[in-house]
Design a protein around this ligand. Structure first.
Ligand code: FPP
Length: 239
């Protein structure tokens, strides 16, 4: 914690939580047990983010591609998510954490979606931190959904095609208020983006660690932030 410069914190940290399956396999456990342990890491990272003073935290909890997993694994993930929402509601409202979600939420099972929307509503007054869960989320899908909204404006004659600017697309994303991530962390050592926040990460710093998500800790989180603070960000400009 001493290594962290509080005046240079990333405003928005996004995380690709990968490696739950491998964590379980290494121990001869079913994959679901990896997700269970991964949920504990989610709790720790949410708590640590709040303590450090991160204002926006976005977690890739379920991708559009994850629908291809077995029914058993999908329902286990939905159950874990529901359990997390029920258990964390009190903590979130007490600590001023506002919950949001991005993705094609209409594809979620009704019980999960209803609980999610209820939790979003009940935490909407939180001012300390915004926790965004990416659920049934795909970066290309988000851009497509945004394009459709912009297209509708053009169709209605509210905007001309040649007048379309970046801000029109940004305003049509799932969470227009969300600032672009400053830091993107990916666990389990894979060097890819996996369709996460494609529009938003144009100038985001990447931190990739071989640690599997269930083993990710507050110490390593602080290490990632300390490394972020040592980087020089130029946003494409010259020195
Ligand atoms: C990647 O591991 C992780 C996921 C697909 C889901 C992440 C979900 C959680 C951490 C738990 C539920 C979420 C919340 C917010 C409570 P993987 O299964 O792809 O791992 P592998 O690549 O090693 O197989």
């Amino acid at each position: 914690m001493n290594e962290i410069d509080k005046s240079k914190l990333p405003v928005h940290v996004a995380i690709i939580m990968d490696g739950n399956g491998r964590w379980a396999k290494k121990r001869g456990f079913p994959r679901v047990q990896g997700h269970q342990k991964g949920t504990e890491t989610v709790r720790e990272v949410v708590k640590a983010s709040r303590e450090i003073g991160i204002k926006w935290l976005t977690l890739y909890a379920f991708s559009e591609e994850n629908w291809k997993r077995s029914d058993l694994e999908i329902s286990a993930l939905m159950n874990l998510l529901e359990k997390f929402l029920r258990q964390e509601l009190k903590e979130m409202t007490e600590k001023g954490i506002r919950l949001r979600a991005i993705g094609r939420l209409h594809k979620l099972p009704a019980s999960t979606r209803e609980l999610l929307l209820k939790t979003i509503d009940e935490t909407s007054g939180g001012t300390q931190m915004t926790l965004t869960l990416a659920l049934s989320y795909g970066g290309r899908q988000e851009i497509l959904d945004a394009l459709r909204k912009v297209g509708t404006m053009v169709e209605k004659g509210l905007l001309r095609a040649e007048e379309i600017e970046k801000r029109h697309l940004t305003a049509s994303l799932y969470e227009p208020e969300m600032p672009d991530p400053d830091l993107l962390i990916r666990t389990s050592g894979e060097y890819r983006i996996s369709n996460f926040l494609l529009w938003e990460i144009a100038y985001t710093e990447l931190y990739i660690t071989p640690t599997l998500w269930p083993d990710f800790s507050k110490e390593e989180y602080l290490k990632a932030i300390a490394e972020f603070q040592r980087r020089e960000r130029r946003f494409g400009a010259a020195e």
